[in-house]
Design a binder for this molecule. Structure first.
Ligand SMILES: [Zn+2]
Ligand SMILES: [Zn+2]
Length: 321
């Protein structure tokens, strides 16, 4: 079955090509996932040549840290190769790297809830600081994990960049949300939550503060999204909400590894633009995107993407309570 679908958040068109066949029991894949899982068990290793490992703090200019008993858990440092800096008038901002662990072998597949909690706290802390600077309109947070997802260093890290402009991908999402609000009088994200909860089959997790689901259409096969249920700006998220999100990360990456193996991925946190009035129609949300597939000429020439993963099947596989 082939079908054309529109992504509810980005407005992009996706060619949906469902196989809906029961895939044969793949013994090799199962074996590979098991081996990778053993490989990714946390041992607490340092690499003396890694600039992000404990012991090499002097190699980076630190902006912030989370620590206890004199030992740091996370550090935010200046990116040595910033995409954006403050040397130009028409495009400026700050580019930091958030080092998410002092250990070289920590990763999202072996981290625990308390680690994710610290990561989200650091995101919010740095967001608050960077968004205060003069002329900043948007603060972008993302993570690359694995070289095919754009990570140049193995050591687990995220990046945060402030801009004097609103990036076009966010502007596209804002336009979709404004249109929905004008047509229905409702916040797009509330409408998505309502329809996904009613339909049920694409839900991965339905909590007090967050909904995690597989979108009906996404240009990235296998993408998962997280939407908060309350209308609160990202920088105002409270303890209980952060607690639930950390739980979701912990469970999700465990389930994801069981079903897909240790695949490269991106995490994107789309927040409301700084100090604007968009909360009525637009809301912070998170995209978790597997990077198993590369795009070819078809996608690049048409801006059409082919999705072959059945969202209902994937949601069923990943669902947790
Ligand atoms: Zn390291
Ligand atoms: Zn988004």
């Amino acid at each position: 079955m082939k079908d054309i679908r529109r992504d509810t958040i980005t407005g992009g068109l996706v060619i949906y090509s469902s196989s809906r066949k029961h895939r044969p029991h793949d013994k090799d894949k199962e074996k590979k996932i098991k081996e990778e899982k053993e490989d990714s068990l946390f041992k607490g290793i340092y690499d003396k040549d890694c600039p992000f490992c404990m012991g090499n703090e002097g190699q980076n200019n630190e902006k912030d840290r989370i620590e206890s008993k004199g030992e740091w858990h996370l550090r935010s440092v200046d990116n040595k190769f910033p995409i954006i800096d403050n040397t130009q008038k028409n495009l400026y901002g700050v580019h930091e790297v958030i080092i998410e662990s002092p250990y070289h072998d920590a990763n999202y597949y072996n981290m625990r809830k308390c680690d994710f909690k610290n990561i989200i706290y650091m995101y919010i802390k740095r967001y608050k600081d960077l968004s205060k600077e003069k002329g900043i309109k948007y603060v972008n947070i993302f993570k690359n994990s694995g070289s095919s997802a754009g990570a140049s260093l193995d050591h687990t890290h995220s990046q945060i960049i402030s801009f004097n402009i609103i990036p076009s991908e966010v502007q596209k999402e804002l336009n979709v949300a404004i249109k929905h609000y004008d047509n229905t009088g409702e916040n797009l994200y509330d409408s998505i939550i309502f329809s996904e909860v009613s339909y049920e089959h694409r839900l991965v997790y339905n909590g007090k503060y967050f909904l995690m689901y597989i979108p009906f259409a996404s240009r990235y096969s296998g993408e998962t999204r997280i939407i908060p249920k309350n209308d609160v700006r990202f920088e105002d998220w409270k303890e209980e909400q952060i607690e639930e999100l950390s739980y979701i990360y912990d469970k999700f990456f465990e389930k994801w590894e069981e079903s897909q193996g240790k695949i490269p991925f991106n995490v994107i946190v789309h927040t409301n633009p700084v100090n604007d009035e968009s909360l009525e129609y637009y809301r912070t949300h998170i995209h978790i995107i597997p990077r198993k597939f590369n795009f070819g000429g078809f996608e690049l020439s048409t801006d059409l993407y082919v999705c072959s993963i059945d969202p209902e099947d994937l949601a069923y596989e990943l669902r947790f309570k």
